[in-house]
Design a protein around this ligand. Structure first.
Ligand code: GLP
Length: 249
């Protein structure tokens, strides 16, 4: 486990963007797992700036996103497809037909999950998976559970997640947040060659410490990353405690 602790959000975002950019430069046809939420917005902006400056080429990159709200289509401004388009895909030369997000409009949950698993299977493993972390330790939308879920699943969102997401998105309207989502399973996340977990802000400090210094348990889904051979935790001083830095090997 590597830990990169920067003094603020901007520096942490750039460190994360540099890791992703290095991967793309090293292997132009790489496969990257992408995350949504407020945390990676700065990183996406930095990647767009690198592209505009002519130092990054997305033309051969394939991407797979972690999750999507069940019931929201790509045109809905709170869908994760829309988020990816507006924060990254619309501003770089990525081939959108090679950007994958679970189909939120597929009402048949079993089909939505098996379809996404078939796509992931066809990609093989990812080179890099970018993750944020939820207040309850979720990764993607894999909420605390009795077991680590291997495959794509339809999840009932926890109250805390619904509230967090209403606070940051959906114009603060709790009732507008969908209660279910389709999420890539933890099995596929763990198959990625490298996993980057980014966390910033004081609100994440406790859960990041629990995830990386506490026991590995499906009650804190991100804790499974302790078992990943190549995980990089990137954050700012507010989110990354000394105990997490001390865990770096
Ligand atoms: C959502 C996403 C997660 C993300 C989390 C944290 O639940 N499904 O992938 O990590 O939010 O979001 P934020 O970065 O806004 O704190």
């Amino acid at each position: 486990m590597r830990v990169i602790r920067k003094s603020n959000y901007e520096e942490a975002s750039m460190a994360c963007a540099e890791l992703i950019a290095s991967q793309i430069r090293l292997k132009p046809d790489c496969k990257i797992g992408l995350a949504t939420g407020s945390t990676p917005i700065g990183t996406y902006k930095d990647l767009v700036d690198m592209y505009k400056a002519g130092s990054l080429d997305f033309s051969k990159v394939t991407s797979a996103n972690l999750d999507e709200y069940r019931g929201l289509g790509g045109d809905h401004d709170q869908s994760y497809r829309y988020f990816m388009n507006t924060n990254l895909f619309d501003h770089v030369n990525i081939d959108k037909s090679k950007t994958f997000v679970p189909d939120g409009l597929e009402a048949d949950a079993v089909k939505a999950c098996t379809d996404y698993d078939a796509i992931l299977e066809s990609l093989g493993h990812l080179d890099i998976q970018l993750l944020g972390i939820g207040g309850d330790g979720h990764i993607g939308f894999n909420e605390p559970a009795d077991d680590f879920c291997v495959n794509t699943q339809c999840i009932d969102l926890e109250e805390q997640t619904i509230q967090d997401n209403a606070r940051l998105f959906f114009g603060g309207d709790l009732a507008a947040v969908p209660t279910q989502a389709y999420t890539m399973g933890i099995g596929y996340i763990m198959k990625s060659e490298t996993v980057i977990l980014m966390a910033t802000g004081a609100g994440k400090k406790g859960i990041v410490e629990k995830a990386f210094c506490g026991p590995v348990t499906p009650r804190v889904p991100a804790s499974i990353l302790q078992l990943h051979p190549n995980v990089v935790v990137i954050g700012d001083e507010a989110a990354i405690s000394d105990a997490v830095v001390a865990k770096a090997k």
